[in-house]
Design a protein around this ligand. Structure first.
Ligand SMILES: [Zn+2]
Length: 79
């Protein structure tokens, strides 16, 4: 079973349960196959909001998402 961690709330989720990755406007494929910047995982709760901001660069999109879902974000930090 594949799992990922939501970039916003820090929740660990199984990919079978929904959720997925979003490429933001500054996404660049990694030349060496390492983890790419601009490519983040989101749980099913936050995926659609993240997708709506995929035309933004990663930092700007995350800032907007954290403002909107600050409760989830802080819970992720406290976990
Ligand atoms: Zn989440």
């Amino acid at each position: 079973m594949k799992a990922a961690v939501c970039a916003l709330c820090g929740k660990r989720f199984a990919l079978d349960d929904g959720g997925g990755s979003v490429r933001f406007s500054d996404y660049e494929p990694p030349p060496d196959g390492s983890r790419a910047w601009g490519h983040l995982w989101f749980c099913v709760t936050h995926l659609s909001s993240a997708e709506r901001r995929s035309d933004l660069p990663t930092a700007a999109a995350l800032e907007e998402l954290r403002k909107r879902y600050w409760v989830s974000w802080i819970r992720g930090w406290l976990r």
